[in-house]
Design a protein. Structure first.
Length: 334
C-alpha cells in the first residue's frame, strides 16, 4: 500500500482552490446595483432636500456676504452686512427679544394647556366627542381669519371682551394696542387654537397601559403620584416632540403678529401701502417680520440673509440643547 508523503502545507495548498476570476467583478456589479437601487429609493428625499433646503441655505450664506438689491448684480462686501445687523441695526434687538419671549412663554403654555385639555377629555365619561370637536375646530381656522376675529374681540374701545369686563367692574387692558399686552394677546390667540397638541396628547395618554394604573392604585397611589410615575414617563417622548416642533414654529412666527399689528394700528391698507411691522412700539416685531421688511421693502437682501442665518443658528442651537438635555428623560425601548 502506497504511503502519502505530502506535507501539511502541500495538503493545505491543494485544498484551497483559487476563486473564479469573474466572482470579484460579479460582486462589484451587485454592490453597484444595490447602491443605485438605494439611491433610487432615496431620490425623492434627496431632490427635496437639495431644492428646498440645501440650495436655499447655500444661497443665503452666499448673499449674506454680498450687497444685492435684487436689481443690480451682487457685489462682494465681506462682513459689512454682518456688522450692520449685529452692531448697527436698531430693530434687531427688540425683534430678537420678542421672538425669544414668544418661544419661552408661548411654547410652554401651549404644551401645558394642550396636555391639560388632553387629560381632561380622556377623563370625561360622557360628551367626549363634543368636547374634542369644540377644542379642535379653532385649530382649523385660517391664521389670518382667526387673528382678525381676535383683534375685533379684544378691541379696547368696541370689543365685547372689555365690555363684559366692564360689567363686573374690571377696566380691560389695551390688548393689541398696548405694548405691555400685545404679546400676551398673541399667546391667548395661540392657546385658542390648541387643537393640534390636544389630539397628539390624547393619543399618547390613551396609549398608556391601563395595567400600570391598576398596579399603582393597588399600591395606594393618588392622582398626582400616578401622573408623576406612570403617565409622565410614558408620554415624555411626545412632550419632547411638542416642545421641539413648537420652538421651530415659533421661531418662524410671522402671520399672526403682522396681521394683528396692522389691524390694531387702524391704518387702512391699500395698493402700494407700506406699513412698518411691530405695532405698537415694535412690541409685536419678530425676526421673520424683520427679514421680510429688510428683504422685500428695503431691498437689502444681504441683511435679510444675515437675519435668516442668525435665526436658523438660534433655532438649531435651542433644538440641539433640548434634544441633549432630554436624552435621560426619554425612556429607552426594550
Amino acid at each position: 500500500m502506497a504511503l502519502s508523503l505530502s506535507t501539511p502545507a502541500a495538503s493545505a495548498g491543494r485544498g484551497t482552490e483559487p476563486a473564479p476570476r469573474g466572482s470579484t467583478a460579479t460582486l462589484r456589479r451587485r454592490r453597484n446595483r444595490e447602491r443605485l437601487r438605494t439611491l433610487g429609493f432615496l431620490s425623492p428625499w434627496l431632490v427635496g432636500f437639495t431644492v428646498f433646503f440645501g440650495y436655499p441655505l447655500v444661497a443665503t450664506v452666499y448673499f449674506s456676504f454680498m450687497h444685492y438689491n435684487q436689481i443690480k448684480a451682487p457685489t462682494f462686501v465681506g462682513l459689512r452686512n454682518w456688522r450692520y445687523v449685529l452692531e448697527q441695526m436698531p430693530l434687531f434687538g427688540p425683534a430678537l427679544w420678542n421672538t425669544l419671549w414668544l418661544v419661552v412663554v408661548m411654547v410652554t403654555l401651549r404644551v401645558a394647556f394642550g396636555l391639560g385639555v388632553g387629560l381632561l377629555i380622556t377623563k370625561i365619561k360622557t360628551g367626549t366627542g363634543l368636547f374634542r370637536t369644540a377644542f379642535y375646530l379653532p385649530y382649523l381656522a385660517p391664521p389670518v381669519a382667526a387673528t382678525v376675529a381676535f383683534v375685533f374681540l379684544l378691541n379696547p374701545s368696541t370689543g365685547p371682551v372689555n365690555e363684559v369686563l366692564s360689567w363686573i367692574g374690571v377696566d380691560g387692558p389695551g390688548w393689541f394696542n398696548d405694548p405691555a399686552w400685545s404679546k400676551p394677546s398673541l399667546v391667548l390667540l395661540s392657546l385658542w387654537g390648541i387643537g393640534d397638541l390636544m389630539v397628539i396628547f390624547m393619543a399618547s395618554l390613551l396609549d398608556v397601559p391601563k395595567e400600570q394604573y391598576e398596579a399603582a392604585e393597588l399600591d395606594g397611589a393618588g392622582a398626582w403620584t400616578k401622573f408623576r410615575w406612570v403617565t409622565w414617563p410614558a408620554i415624555t417622548p411626545i412632550v419632547l416632540f411638542a416642545v421641539v416642533t413648537g420652538v421651530v414654529q415659533t421661531m418662524q412666527y410671522y402671520t399672526q403678529a403682522l396681521v394683528a399689528g396692522k389691524l390694531a394700528s387702524g391704518v387702512s391698507i391699500g395698493p402700494g401701502t407700506v406699513i412698518q411691522p411691530g405695532y405698537p412700539d415694535h412690541s409685536t416685531l419678530t425676526v421673520p417680520q424683520l427679514v421680510y421688511s429688510m428683504g422685500f421693502q428695503n431691498f437689502n437682501t444681504g441683511a435679510a440673509c444675515v437675519l435668516s442665518l442668525v435665526l436658523f443658528a438660534i433655532a438649531m442651537a435651542v433644538t440641539l440643547l433640548l434634544m441633549r438635555k432630554s436624552v435621560g428623560l426619554v425612556p429607552a425601548e426594550d
